[in-house]
Design a protein around this ligand. Sequence first.
Ligand code: MGD
Ligand code: MGD
Ligand code: MO
Length: 768
Amino acid sequence: MERDPNSGHKSKAAGGWPALIASGKFLLSSGAPLSGVNALKKANQPDGFDCPGCAWGDPEHGSSFEFCENGVKAVSWEATERHADPVFFARHSVSTLKTWSDHDLENSGRLTEPMRYNASTDHYEPVSWETAFHEIGELLNSLDTPDEALFYTSGRASNEAAYVYQLFARIYGTNNMPDCSNMCHEASGVALKQAIGIGKGTVRLEDFEKADAIFVVGQNPGTNHPRMLGDLRRAAERGARIAVFNTLRERGLERFADPQRKMEMVINGSKKIASDYFQPALGGDMAVFRGMAKAVITADRKSRSDGNGPLIDEAFIAKHTQGFESYIAEVDQTRWEDIEAQSGLSRAEIEKAARIYLSADNVICTWAMGITQHKHSVITIREIASFMMLRGQIGRPGAGLCPVRGHSNVQGDRTMGINEKPPAAFLDALSKTFGFEAPREHGYSTIGAIGAMLAGKARAFVGLGGNFGRAVPDSSLIENALREQLLTVQIATKLNASHTMPGRNAYLLPCLGRTEIDLGPDGKPQLITVEDSMSMIHGSAGINTPAGPQLRSEIAIVTGIAAATVGTDVVNWPALSANYDRIRDYIAKTIPGFSDFNKRVRQPRGFYLGNSAAERKWDTDTGLANFCDCALPESTVFQKRGEKKDYFTLQTVRSHDQYNTTVYGMDDRYRGVYGERRIIFINPADITDMGARAHQFVDIEGPDDDGVERIARSFKLIPYDIPRGCLAGYFPELNVLVPLSSFGDLSETPTSKSIPVRLKIAQTEAVA
Ligand SMILES: Nc1nc2c(c(=O)[nH]1)N[C@H]1C(S)=C(S)[C@@H](COP(=O)(O)OP(=O)(O)OC[C@H]3O[C@@H](n4cnc5c(=O)[nH]c(N)nc54)[C@H](O)[C@@H]3O)O[C@H]1N2
Ligand SMILES: Nc1nc2c(c(=O)[nH]1)N[C@H]1C(S)=C(S)[C@@H](COP(=O)(O)OP(=O)(O)OC[C@H]3O[C@@H](n4cnc5c(=O)[nH]c(N)nc54)[C@H](O)[C@@H]3O)O[C@H]1N2
Ligand SMILES: [Mo]
């Protein structure tokens, strides 16, 4: 528990003084100058930049900076004055850098000049932009087929950068566009497209002001979407019920002290967020929603027989949906004992949750990685959608489905065509507008891309941001695969572990970050755009001086590579790079919803892209919203435990001090962990059962049924409020345990939240 510096009292809430103090300390240590920090005032403002932190929406009428501790970290991390420049690379060989931690690599500062790997010296050495582009173009053109190249995207790329990137890949001749979304919300996209005809959430920020109940499922907003807490808190103050479903007790979901509210800070107050907190077993959420549906149907039948009429929305179901009868038959058939065994919750708890749903006029359901990173994630999200359809909770104010996205522009990147399975209509539009034949064959997803690398079918890897070598499953296998590539190109702001896995020809190309001024050739600042989780398109213009004179924008780098590879016959790349308005004009021509793009994006706060399902228009195979009559998974990883006391289901999560593979620091304040990351959260009774002690070290053995030995050594047991048989630890350290061969049905998302592991008490306590 934290001491509140103001009152000396212990604080159980998220936010508050400890958040302000942590931000202050972070700013002092980040190496960011005060001028860079000033940029914070312009985060998510109409005349500023979109915060690179998360994809939560911005308030319509917001005029002051919304304080967010983790936004502060994201911005100051980019604004640092430390540099990984040519002097740095001359001093440290790649083999040495390979031994550095994720934190130390990024903490060496911003990349400032284009670098090329020299295998004979094992150092990155400076190269001119033009030479780099020319050589990359030659290498790409030397491949046997364009399908030997992979074009990976991380979700920070702007709409404009993403658009030119996919256009380049397709003119070059491939749909191999794996992206971080494949490891993230892919299941949401797939399931929602099937269910409601659009792979995005249906709610807008203002719906949170009208909801009577909000279900927050498998998500830790206190750390990963801190600005969402403000909206949840306002809802709680209005009396809305907030029902949390989370395997872990997450402090940010329990109480929140809003640093924005002066009075609250003075009196050291805080507000209860979750009215009800349910802790299902890992992978148990489909069973939870099935159980709630069962309770709703039972209550509905009783209400009718009592003469009080239906509780479900018959008119909505009749007019807007398909498959209701077979769904109900499946719900009736699912037995309570199976629901209880899989969900880890009692029937009484699930019935209580169902009553919250029944007593609310308007319900929103939000979710993130606790739902999407399992084998059966797609059918779980189908179940959530079916459950919400029972009472017509989609497509009306104050209600709807809200997958809360990860990276700040991951949703926009998909809208722009970063998609290994692009819709035919989009390819038609590209072909027609630019006059070339876009490739039709589907490309590789992230999992497919790794398979292709390991099989020697992929020989060139281009990364627009991200840290592919660390973020993917079986990360220890990936290093060799990357090193075996004929070509690796990494476009990045900061040094990371993937850059220490150079291909035989390797380029490290430094780009401007979101917070930096991007001057066009006419000397005027250029604007980029992003899309948030609520389908709002905003403009974003940096205000900090770039970290170095040689930095180029992502757009300039991508178009530079494009011109050197495919020439300028089809597209005049330099013209696009000189004025991003021209890119937006093409976007307006080829992507629905972007007409008048240049004009509309210059309105304060941008514009709403629209969402067909929110208007109850269903772009599905049946033209209606589809119920799903899937059976529960026969058994989850959690259920396979039986009597095996050393067997557990492990989930890998983010600490409060990290942004995916970017490790800002070693604390996880809200979970009471300080100065370390090699830890495992475990139920105290399981520690006793194993014959171990709290804080003892264990080795974690991952699945080896495919013949690959997976082991993570020396992790400290931390007693925590988590169901028995379930564990949690940090990504990316534990990615060595996530098998490549284990991914979601239909989504191919690695099962990072349900890894079967065994714990062995470690022989030595030394940290590897
Ligand atoms: N500061 C910061 N912000 C971020 C990020 C970051 O790393 N740092 N990452 C960004 C990205 S890319 C993403 S995708 C999002 C991630 O946002 P989150 O999804 O919130 O991230 P995780 O840390 O993976 O947390 C998963 C949560 O789900 C719970 N959970 C896990 N498995 C289950 C389950 O089976 N059932 C239930 N009911 N709960 C479960 C966990 O206990 C945990 O609270 O955040 C984005 N924002
Ligand atoms: N075990 C496990 N694995 C996971 C997850 C999990 O929960 N558990 N989560 C998955 C999820 S949800 C995601 S989204 C992926 C994330 O996978 P990635 O998106 O590949 O990884 P990040 O860590 O977000 O990438 C960080 C790097 O991006 C670069 N960068 C930062 N800002 C910019 C910028 O503005 N431009 C450019 N060009 N580069 C920039 C920096 O060099 C930084 O080192 O990881 C996935 N992997
Ligand atoms: Mo993500």
